[in-house]
Design a protein around this ligand. Structure first.
Ligand SMILES: Cc1cc2nc3c(=O)[nH]c(=O)nc-3n(C[C@H](O)[C@H](O)[C@H](O)COP(=O)(O)O)c2cc1C
Length: 310
């Protein structure tokens, strides 16, 4: 394919964000592209009924079954007419309960979204706590189903120790306190990581101009835009299976907001807190002790996850 002129690259960016973190990441990534003459068209994904922010503790658990089971919610209609000739689609997402957030998964399920994405190149960009593997797998399989190509994946994370980031994210999402306190650091992706992601824009530019994405994911990994943490993967992959069972068990009792499922949700809440603070430290210890036995298989998993193979 011939190189496109520097002024006519058009990039459509879909996003949903509650705190603005994902939009900050997407802007940091795309601002240098704009400076190079690309047209960046932001398209907000909007649910018909907004999700709360900050959440109450009950609301935060209430959305668990629908998130994990990817039950679609009604969305405001997306107008695709101004991005029909986009050269690249950037799909911003954030995981909710190890799946793509409800607004993003609902948007991805719409027939109109599938029609738009068919045959397009998609770069997925996430702002996460630190567990995104199952979410990107789900997104990839949906894109595959539409005949769209996942050409790259960037996931920025909170780099603090897992349990510290659990505490700070609860404080952020439920009490709207993001800043560092006396004992806890600031929540979320660090400003340094948000700023550094801009360096990847160079590689995006080259790939879109040349119509050749074969080197993009390697550049993303080299520039720290996607990291694999074996210990977190171990926790996530085990949690994901069990959470699926919990989600269906709660859904059997009723739909989103139905008071008759409250008891089951409360049990899930206690289970989750026990898992996070009581069991996962032992799980991590077990993982470290058995690491020599896992090293080889994890090397393969790491390669598959970092380089978008199934
Ligand atoms: C209900 C809920 C569940 C979440 N579950 C996860 C998760 O499973 N893995 C993860 O890395 N982050 C999780 N997060 C954090 C989000 O992915 C995200 O980083 C944070 O909510 C800020 O996103 P924003 O761009 O919407 O402001 C969760 C957030 C919410 C609100």
């Amino acid at each position: 394919m011939t190189e496109k002129s520097k002024t006519n690259l058009r990039i459509a960016v879909f996003y949903y964000t509650q705190t603005g973190q994902l939009l900050d990441i997407l802007k940091s990534l795309t601002n240098p592209l704009k400076e190079r003459g690309c047209e960046i068209i932001f398209k907000e994904i909007v649910p018909q009924e907004p999700f709360p922010f900050p959440w109450t503790s009950d609301q935060f658990y209430e959305i668990f079954p629908e998130s994990r089971a990817e039950v679609p919610f009604k969305m405001k209609e997306m107008d695709f007419s101004d991005i029909l000739d986009a050269d690249l689609v950037i799909l911003g997402y954030q995981p909710w309960y190890l799946a793509p957030s409800v607004p993003v998964s609902s948007f991805l399920r719409l027939e109109s979204t599938g029609d738009y994405l068919r045959g397009r190149n998609v770069l997925a960009v996430a702002g996460t706590r630190n567990m995104w593997v199952s979410a990107i797998k789900s997104i990839k399989s949906r894109l595959d189903g539409y005949g769209a190509n996942l050409v790259g994946h960037i996931a920025l994370e909170d780099r603090h120790q897992n349990l510290i980031s659990v505490l700070t994210i609860f404080r952020w999402l439920i009490n709207n306190r993001k800043e560092a306190g006396k004992y806890l650091p600031e929540a979320g992706v660090s400003q340094k990581d948000i700023d550094s992601v801009a360096a990847i824009s160079e590689d995006i530019y080259k790939a879109v101009s040349a119509g050749d994405y074969s080197l993009l994911q390697k550049a993303i990994v080299d520039k720290d835009g996607l990291r694999f943490n074996p210990g977190l993967y171990f926790i996530e992959s085990n949690g994901n299976k069990i959470w699926g069972k919990w989600a269906h068990w709660v859904l059997k009792k009723g739909e989103y907001g139905d008071p008759s499922r409250r008891f089951r949700l409360r049990l899930f809440k206690y289970y989750l807190l026990t898992l996070l603070f009581g069991i996962s430290p032992f799980g991590s210890l077990f993982f470290m002790l058995t690491w020599p036995l896992r090293r080889r298989s994890y090397r393969k998993i790491e390669k598959n996850i970092l380089f978008l193979q199934n």
